[in-house]
Ligand binder design. Structure first.
Ligand code: GLC
Length: 745
């Protein structure tokens, strides 16, 4: 027996017996990785770089799965996605362990905002500006996913986007780099918990690397063209934050970046991620993105695609079969050094060791833990709390809200009132066992007194042209003391491949609102969507409006809590809401230009703006109302001149001047007045959310240091430049309450 086969026998014996490798304790993970790598044939190595989806749940273009089982048993499928459940993952893992070296398989899944208990969509969660709650939401998602046999979630999506035509804004953290970076860190920490190896932790996956949210025209999968400085200043920091938070994996993106597809982009994956950032995790391609470089016109065929992607740093091939079909030939022809293959394999094996899968390949496939953890009441309570915090109160004239629970008759109208699936958002699609969703209708029934009569009328569909339901809706309104109208998008109208050129309220929904408004009854509108929508007539004429996104399993209960004052809404918009599609891209941290639009926001000649529309948005970044009011006063700076190693302590007093207890998200913005590259008119540099009782005051404290004054100059050098800075503190980017200036020497 050769030495190599003796080692293989020992290794196999340990794995087969499922016993703990007796030498494991003494070896580092890298040593254990090397010991496995030494045993592997080239084909087995390539198998680790190959990932297939199950055929039952497909989240991309379908492909032939006829040889799937044979390939798994032959060790040619190192990972699968869309295989879930303790039983199903166990059975699939058993197939993988029939391979010669019994290398355990990784199971990945898009657990974006909850597994069974579904949380508000990520963009809605960010509207809470509550980083702890955001982390906790990812923590619950991880606990449930891990209990269902999943090792790896393809989240957080950290793509900054300034274009609400792009349907995937629903998955991200909105338009701001500072907020998006903090959210990226919170979500990675939530998913990975106390670290890989814990059976309530899953690998995170920072995606889509990089700048996918800047697709031209907001058209999904489209080209991205930007300066390196813009890339570094706005789009990379959330990825860097995810890497620094320990994200176990990255996923590259479908788009080309300045003409080079991200999947084959060595600048992104080798120079920046694995080079400058010294990233040691692995990169998975997006679904089929390696093979799609043929469509891009970047390579001639999948043979060249495999060469380009492995060279550029794409370690694992999701669903394109480019690696499994071509890498061995490329190595034999000397075009791909086996060292490149080994580097990718080691990165992947390292994660399998860290997850403990070599010690026990079935450790996540535990039906008892699955029963206990998946969909439990505690998780629902956490999801409801996040849903309440995600609601943004856009308008509340004459304090129409909160409603009284003893209101005699409430008309509840609209196509989303009784919808359950639409509360779950795009990424819960096709998961038949989602936890029972509390619809808005049920939430109201759970809330109101027995003396209150709820009258339902659908009014219209989400996106058809029929007015046939209007009469019934109007009659319901006329019989009521107050009317609640719930409108918006179906869950398949935002998400992947759901770009919309027209982001107005779909169908005749706004006409329905106008017809109900004409009855003269007090009107409350709820807008449910995965993105900012345009609804100008409603915004101008309806007295009370709440943006309720898609709030997940507890949507109805959370909305009812807000409508009846059991929770005072505290959400703030993480994205700018345009007045019309013609304003897009529109965002709060714009550059002043040489001919800035006048402050009165009126169209004007020879100024940057439109002759047919104001320049300002309908609703601004950071905007959101409360049932109470907050006063900002007594701004103090510890100094107004600082050196580069100094910091300024900024304090001010916040007072709850209304009659409800409430939370306020106070926002700190800075403007660098003069710099070697022009700086935005304001940039979010800090925030905090605090609860104040009626009449209560608290002192808020921020620290400004050099890091908060720094940016990438024209030579991509990060640093701060001497000069004067404007300091602005406010309740929204367009609602600045306190101002001052200071100088960096
Ligand atoms: C999809 C998405 C990506 C997802 C992957 C697996 O095409 O772009 O975000 O994680 O495929 O479903």
């Amino acid at each position: 027996m050769t030495k190599r086969s003796f080692i293989a026998l020992c290794f196999t014996a340990c794995i087969t017996a499922g016993t703990h490798d007796v030498f494991a304790q003494k070896k580092t993970i890298d040593q254990r990785v090397d010991s496995v790598l030494k045993l592997m044939t080239l084909d087995e190595k390539i198998g680790q770089l190959n990932q297939y989806s199950s055929k039952e749940e497909v989240t991309g273009p379908e492909s032939d799965k006829s040889s799937l089982l044979l390939e798994i048993k032959a060790g040619k499928v190192g990972s699968m996605l869309n295989v879930r459940g303790a039983d199903r993952t166990r059975r699939t893992q058993e197939l993988a362990l029939q391979s010669r070296l019994k290398i355990p398989m990784l199971f990945g899944q898009d657990v974006i905002h909850g597994y069974k208990v579904t949380f508000p969509i990520p963009l809605a969660e960010v509207a809470s500006w509550d980083l702890q709650a955001i982390e906790q939401g990812s923590r619950v998602a991880a606990i449930e996913a891990a209990a269902a046999g999943i090792h790896w979630t393809f989240a957080p999506m950290v793509d900054l986007s300034r274009d609400p035509r792009w349907g995937r804004v629903m998955e991200g953290a909105g338009e701001d780099t500072y907020l998006g970076s903090l959210v990226a860190k919170a979500r990675v920490k939530g998913f990975q918990g106390k670290g890989l190896g814990n059976t309530d932790a899953v690998m995170a996956c920072a995606k889509h690397f990089a700048a996918y949210g800047a697709a031209v025209g907001g058209r999904d999968y489209n080209s991205v063209d930007m300066s390196e400085r813009t890339l570094w200043e706005w789009y990379l920091p959330p990825f860097k934050a995810a890497a620094e938070a320990g994200a176990a994996t990255f996923m590259n993106s479908f788009n080309d970046m300045n003409g080079v597809p991200a999947t084959g982009n060595a600048y992104l994956q080798r120079d920046i991620l694995k080079g400058k950032w010294k990233y040691t995790g692995f990169v998975v391609s997006d679904w089929g993105s390696i093979g799609e470089m043929v469509n891009h016109g970047f390579v001639k065929d999948k043979y060249e695609a495999a060469l380009s992607a492995i060279t550029a740093g794409s370690d694992m091939d999701m669903e394109s079969r480019s690696y499994t079909a071509n890498l061995a030939k490329l190595v034999k022809e000397g075009k791909v050094p086996v060292a490149l293959i080994d580097d990718a394999v080691k990165r992947i094996l390292r994660k399998k060791f860290e997850l403990g899968l070599f010690d026990d390949p079935f450790r996540f496939s535990n039906t008892q833990r699955e029963t206990e953890m998946v969909g439990n009441a505690q998780h629902r309570a956490i999801a409801k709390d996040m849903a309440k915090k995600s609601i943004v109160l856009l308008k509340n004239n004459n304090s129409l809200l909160p409603l009284s629970k003893t209101t005699k008759t409430i008309a509840v109208v609209g196509p989303l009132v009784k919808s359950e699936d639409d509360m779950l958002g795009f990424w819960s699609v096709g998961w038949p066992d989602n936890s029972d969703v509390v619809s808005q209708w049920e939430g109201l029934q759970n809330k109101v007194s027995n003396n209150t009569r709820l009258v339902y009328a659908k009014g219209c569909e989400v996106s058809d042209t029929s007015h046939a339901g209007f009469a019934e809706a109007i009659a319901a309104a006329q019989s009521a003391d107050v009317v609640i109208v719930s409108v918006g998008e179906r869950r398949e109208m935002s998400g992947e491949a759901k770009s919309r050129a027209n982001i107005h309220l779909p169908g005749v929904q706004e006409e329905l609102i106008q017809a109900l408004h004409a009855t003269g009854k007090p009107l409350v509108v709820l807008v449910n969507a995965g993105r900012p929508l345009v609804f100008n007539w409603t915004a101008d004429n309806v007295p009370a409006i709440a943006y309720t996104w898609w709030l997940g399993s507890e949507a109805g209960n959370a909305i009812a809590d807000v409508l009846f004052g059991d929770y005072n809404p505290s959400g703030k918009l993480p994205m700018t809401f345009p007045r019309t599609e013609g304003q897009i891209p529109i965002y709060y941290n714009y550059l002043n230009t040489g001919r800035p639009a006048p402050d009165d926001d009126k169209p004007s000649n020879y100024r940057s703006g439109y002759i047919d529309l104001q320049k300002s948005p309908k609703f601004a970044f950071g905007y959101g109302l409360s049932y109470t009011t907050f006063d900002y006063s007594d701004l103090q700076l510890s100094k107004t001149t600082i050196g580069s190693n100094d910091s300024i302590i900024v304090t001010f007093k916040l007072t709850n001047s209304g009659k409800y207890a409430g939370e306020e998200v106070v926002q700190l913005y800075l403007r660098d007045e003069v710099a070697s590259v022009v700086r935005p008119v304001k940039e979010l540099k800090d925030f905090t959310k605090l609860l104040l009782l009626p009449g209560e005051s608290k002192t808020v404290r921020f620290v400004i240091n050099k890091e908060k004054l720094s940016f990438y100059n024209a030579q991509l050098k990060w640093g701060a430049e001497p000069g004067r800075f404007n300091l602005m503190i406010g309740s929204a980017s367009n609602d600045i309450r306190l101002k001052n200036k200071f100088e960096l020497k």
